[in-house]
Design a protein around this ligand. Structure first.
Ligand SMILES: [Zn+2]
Length: 337
């Protein structure tokens, strides 16, 4: 983690100081709460992670989020975003986890090109990939997503999640942060051409989510894989149907890919190996939890008895594996005849 550039730090300090100055006439308890908020913001200004656009190929770049859970301290910068510079405009893949991060991404794009962001393609509608969308939308970008996300956007789950994020990710997610619908929903493979550059948009959901969409840049053999491929960390399985996910990975393995830009973690120049690691982890979860469900063995006993040595050295194993195993256990219970 690195210290954030000074100008940003100054801005945060200014916000923090101006809110501290308004404390004079408020009761002591409110004052001490505000003091805590002041201390937190001051602390965040020293800890927010740096964002640096790294080159992926001739025309594509990406920024890499932290291998961590989203928090106020990290601005929810826990996922990656990519961008491709064409002769007429910039195509962004994923919008990051807060409007502030989206603005920081645009600052990184500005270091490479003055061209406008014309399109944002959303790989899936998880909070850490979409809370920055409103910033791109406000600047005229066309947003493209998989039609299956519509159900999520209109769900209570999405609204409850956003409301919770307004607390847990404050001040970066606040009352002004909104869920943004796509301008174009697709549900079949589609080619997008911008400035003569071809992008293949390939729906592969339901797998990690119902609305998974990958973006393949054929002329540079770059695959923006969203959360279907995790490199060097345990994936977050959530409510995903891992059986479909494994099938989607088989589809991706058929692309001629030199470089994968995953939704999290460093990019991969060992595309096949990394897709296989994610696939093997999911296969293993299904095998061991499937066996436990079939034998009606309680989850806890099955979890403790499982040999995790192949995966336990991976980052986020400690926070994600147990939940992944539990979700898989429930899934396999439902799927066991
Ligand atoms: Zn993600």
């Amino acid at each position: 983690m690195q210290i954030f550039p000074q100008s940003w730090g100054r801005l945060i300090w200014r916000c923090a100081i101006s809110s501290a100055l308004t404390l004079v006439s408020v009761p002591f308890s409110a004052q001490s709460q505000a003091q805590v908020a002041f201390d937190q913001r001051a602390e965040f200004s020293l800890t927010v992670p740096a964002m640096v656009a790294r080159r992926v190929s001739h025309s594509s770049w990406y920024v890499e989020g932290l291998g961590a859970l989203g928090s106020s301290a990290n601005q929810n910068f826990i996922s990656n975003a990519g961008f491709v510079v064409t002769p007429t405009g910039v195509v962004v893949i994923d919008a990051l986890g807060s409007p502030t991060l989206a603005e920081r991404l645009v600052s990184e794009i500005r270091k490479v090109t003055p061209l406008p962001v014309t399109h944002v393609i959303v790989t899936h509608y998880h909070a850490d990939h979409i809370y920055g969308l409103q910033s791109f939308k406000a600047n005229g970008a066309r947003i493209i997503g998989h039609r299956a996300a519509l159900a999520y956007i209109n769900s209570d789950t999405a609204m409850i999640r956003l409301q919770a994020s307004r607390q847990t990710l404050a001040p970066w997610i606040d009352a002004k942060t909104q869920l943004i619908s796509a301008d174009e929903w697709i549900d079949a493979p589609q080619e997008l051409v911008v400035g003569g550059v071809r992008f293949l948009l390939h729906p592969v959901g339901p797998s990690h989510t119902p609305e998974d969409l990958v973006v393949y840049l054929p002329h540079e053999k770059v695959l923006f894989a969203g959360d279907l491929v995790f490199r060097g960390r345990v994936p977050y399985v959530g409510q995903a149907d891992s059986g479909h996910w494994i099938k989607a990975l088989q589809t991706l393995l058929a692309f001629e890919t030199d470089i994968i830009v995953p939704g999290h973690g460093p990019l991969s120049s060992q595309a096949r190996q990394d897709m296989e690691l994610t696939r093997d982890y999911l296969l293993y979860l299904r095998e061991v939890m499937g066996q436990a469900a079939k034998n009606m063995e309680p989850f806890e006993a099955a979890y403790q008895a499982t040999n995790w040595s192949k995966f336990e050295a991976l980052p986020l194993f400690g926070v994600a594996n147990r939940m992944n195993a539990y979700n898989t256990y429930l899934l396999m219970e439902r799927q066991t005849p």
